[in-house]
Ligand binder design. Sequence first.
Ligand code: DO4
Ligand code: MG
Length: 290
Amino acid sequence: MKFIRFNDKGNIRSALINEENLVFPIDFDQYVDFFYFLKDQGITASDYIKQNNLASISINLEELSYVLPIVPEEIWASGVTYLKSKEARNFEVKNANKQIESTFYDKVYDAERPEIFLKSTARRIVGPLAELYIRNDSNWQIPEPELTLIIGKDEDIIGFTLGNDMSCRDIEGENPLYLPQAKIWKNSCSIGPSILMPEGIEDPYELDITCRIFRNNELQFEGSAFINQLKRRLDELVKYLVYENDIVPGTALMTGTCIVPPNEFTLEKGDRIEISSTKIGVLVNNITRN
Ligand code: DO4
Ligand code: MG
C-alpha cells in the first residue's frame, strides 16, 4: 500500500494506492497522522479502506500530478554505505589530491559509526515533477538516487520513499570540510513520489532502485541496484541518526547512493532525472539553474 498526495485541480489531496493500482482518496493530509491513526486502531490501511467502504476513483496513474507525499522538517542522509559510493568518493578525492593513498572514505566505509549528515530542510526540498537546481560554482554534478526512510515516534521506520541527494563531486573532492556546500543549496533535494507503507513489504532489502538521466529526451545514463548491496542495516543507520538527537516524527533519512553515473558525466540544465523503484514509483525531476 502506498500513500500519495496529489494536485487535483488546484486542491492538494491524499490517497492510498493499493497493489491493484486502485486509488482511494482519504481525509488525512499528513502521512504521520494517518500512520498513527491506523496503529492506534490496530488496523492496516487495507482494513481502513474496507471498514470505511472507500471507493476508488478512476484516474490514470501516469497523469496524476504528484506532490511531496510528506514535507519533513529535516532530511538527513547517510554516506559511503555502498561499495559503489566509496569508489566514487575515492575517485573525487584522489582526482583533487593526487598524492593521497588511503582516504577517510575507506575508513568510514569500515568504521562502526556510519557517516550521517544533515542533507536538507523543508524549504530546500522539492517533490515529484518540480525543478532541481544545479550550482553555478560547480562543474561536476550528479544525482544520487537513494532509498529514503520516514522515521516515526518510536525512532522506527514507518515508511519508505525515494530521494535524490544531489551532489557536487568537485567541491566534495576538494576538501571534506566543504561537504555542506557540496550537498546543500536551494532545491538540491527531492523525495517522492509515494510513501510505501511497511505493511506493503516483507523485506526492504529486496527493493530495487533505478536511475535514468535524459538529455533532449535521449537516455544519457541508466543504472540499477538492489538495497541488499547496502553495507549496513537500515535500523543501524536510524540508530545513529536518533542517538543524542532530537528527531521530529516524519523526518526523512536517505540511506546512501548505490548508483553513480560515469566519472565524465555532469548534469546540465534541461536534463530529466527519473529515479524509480518497482514498489514505490517514479520520482521525476527536471534540472535547471538558479
Ligand atoms: O561522504 C560523502 C557523502 C556520500 C553520499 O552522499 C553517499 O554515499 O550517498
Ligand atoms: Mg548520498
